[in-house]
Write a new protein. Structure first.
Length: 174
């Protein structure tokens, strides 16, 4: 009985072409054995530098490469950042350059790491930034909140705490 069931399922699968789909899926999965995260740093950097340095690259491919680079758990080397910035300017996308630099800054982690690692990357690529005319996010003021008001008394009066009932909350301190 079980063997008849297996045969009937196999015949139905063959008649619909399901086996061909299964073979193509299996072969594509086995081709992913070479995972980029396990590559040595030189090969990883060379892959992105070569991809971003192609003269015929378009905006979609630049975004794809920068997204792929951002997905990995690495902070790119300054030479990879330089190749990315040159590719962004080659397709005339200044906003993408600034977003790429912001993404690198965020990937650096805590404030202390940002000062050290991001500062190092910016110091290494400063000549390229000047050559291409790319401002850093700090030059544009993106490192500070847009509507930052240092004193909250200007936008929230103390009498409003009582009006909205905040003074009746157990942990409230005025």
């Amino acid at each position: 009985m079980a063997s008849q069931l297996v045969r009937s399922v196999a015949r139905a699968t063959l008649s619909r072409g399901g086996i061909a789909r299964a073979f193509s899926t299996t072969s594509s999965l086995s081709a992913k054995d070479d995972i980029m995260e396990k590559w040595p740093a030189e090969k990883f950097d060379k892959h992105f530098i070569d991809y971003l340095s192609r003269p015929e690259i378009d905006g979609w491919e630049v975004r794809k490469a920068l997204t792929e680079l951002h997905d990995y758990d690495v902070i790119p080397d300054p030479k990879v950042v330089e190749a990315g910035l040159r590719a962004c300017r080659r397709v005339n996308d200044l906003a993408l350059c600034v977003r790429f630099l912001e993404a690198i800054k965020i990937k650096c982690g805590s404030q202390k790491n940002r000062e050290v690692i991001y500062g190092y990357i910016i110091s290494q690529i400063t000549p390229v930034l000047k050559e291409l005319g790319i401002p850093t996010p700090e030059d544009l003021g993106y490192d500070k909140p847009e509507l930052f008001i240092p004193q909250p008394d200007y936008w929230w009066e103390k009498k409003w705490y009582a009006e909205y009932g905040y003074d009746k909350k157990p942990a409230f301190q005025f």
